[in-house]
Ligand binder design. Sequence first.
Ligand code: ADP
Ligand code: GLC
Length: 498
Amino acid sequence: MTDRLKILVVASEVEGLVKTGGLADVARALPACLQAMGHDVRIVMPAYQRIREHWRDWPAQPMQLPLSLFENHRVQARTGTHAGLPMILLEHAPSFERPGVYDDGYGAFDDNPRRFAILSKGALAWCKANDWQPDILHLNDWQSALAAFYLAEHYKDDAFFAHTRSLLSLHNAAYQGHADARWLQPLGIHEVFFRSEIFEDYGRINLLKGGIHFADGLNAVSPGYAEELVTDMGGHGLGAYFRARKNNLIGILNGCDYGQWSPETDPDIAAQFHSIDDTGKAQCKIALQREFKLAEKPVPLLVSISRLTDQKGFHLLIPALENILKNEDIQVVLLGSGDAQLAAQLHSLEQRFPLKLRFVEGYDMALAHRLEAGGDAFLMPSLFEPCGLNQIYSLRYGTLPLVRHVGGLKNTVVAYNNDGSNLNTATGFSFLDPNANALQQALEQLIQLYQTDPATWQQLQRNAMAQRFEWRDSAQQYVDFYRQLLATPRSTSTTSKH
Ligand code: ADP
Ligand code: GLC
């Protein structure tokens, strides 16, 4: 094994090209860091129509892609660079020539199993076609989980990949890639693998579950989430299968791209600032109040940036805010897109509290920066949170996070004890019970501290701004895990087990 590893990252989204959530941030920042450490990293992603200008002029390499005896596809591999990273975008018009990434706005695409099988197998086919032998196949979530199976079974006897090991990162195990059993043949999954320890899940195919079985290594994107996944409560229905792999499952906390998220250099904010003693943070708050036509007065300004989905705890947040807004002089600005029903509830909350609350429905990256900079506190009451990035960004801007004590949130935010015993380490607020009451109490604690004890509030801000979650530390843990996997025989050989 040489020091320089060949790492093939397979991801369905990469920041700067296509992003629906934090996976994209990671799929750009981690490879960049690994590359800076001297490793040879390539990223494979679909050539989505919506980013055609990026790849239209990149050289195209035709490849045959047999998924099974019944499905042989013609794919073009487009190679180029994005933000200094070597990219391989797989062009397959029947799969990716459409506006959506995973869905059409109403529901998931029916042919997602094939679309992401093409990504998964295409990654391996590209390696062979280009005689590029990867040490590590780094997969991310259900969309590329099948690659672990293809490596272990379709290429089982292929000396080319004999040395390659697969790692499946779990960014969000609630999304599992379910498919009707009729997809077994087209995807090239022999029916011996359609049993409950592997792909079968209540009569359907579960792609993530298959990946959990076949990947040589697994990692959750925080130690907290790794602990939760092996439980029945926190395993998204797959707890037993995570437990079966617990010796190969670790937690590696995501890092933060401080090149993009630092108040000292952020080009999107009203005034840059180095510390809370600068006037910059206060200017950012006033700019935000002006932008949203909120009174320019020193009341707590709470912000949130989120996908609108049940995961993020809106059914706790909406009633808790409703109660608090009736009694307290606070301001709230929420940014989010996703579930239409949640959006409707947030619009209606805005109508009831027109002087206090604004809801911006949409996806707006520059506004996300202005909110991080101008808010006093950041709300993230997630039911589960594999890692969470926004609370990490918030810390850097001295915007104190209020989080539920779960997953990566509990690894990144130190909740303030009301007795002041952790004054020098606390960075935010938290609650545990997943109900609106518990959240409301934490909100009250936050508001009271803001109103009555500015010195403590500022100390928490200082503590928060001093926190660092550096990608190079996380990347080093990935490299250590890669090397451990490379030093170990392939973990699963299944045909003997039935
Ligand atoms: P998740 O991946 O579960 O959505 P994370 O906190 O890990 O949660 O990452 C979310 C990322 O997406 C952050 O970079 C955040 O700023 C961004 N984001 C989410 N929703 C929006 C939005 N409506 N507008 C702008 N950025 C958003
Ligand atoms: C997922 C998770 C989020 C995590 C992100 C990046 O989208 O929901 O918690 O930060 O992936 O790993």
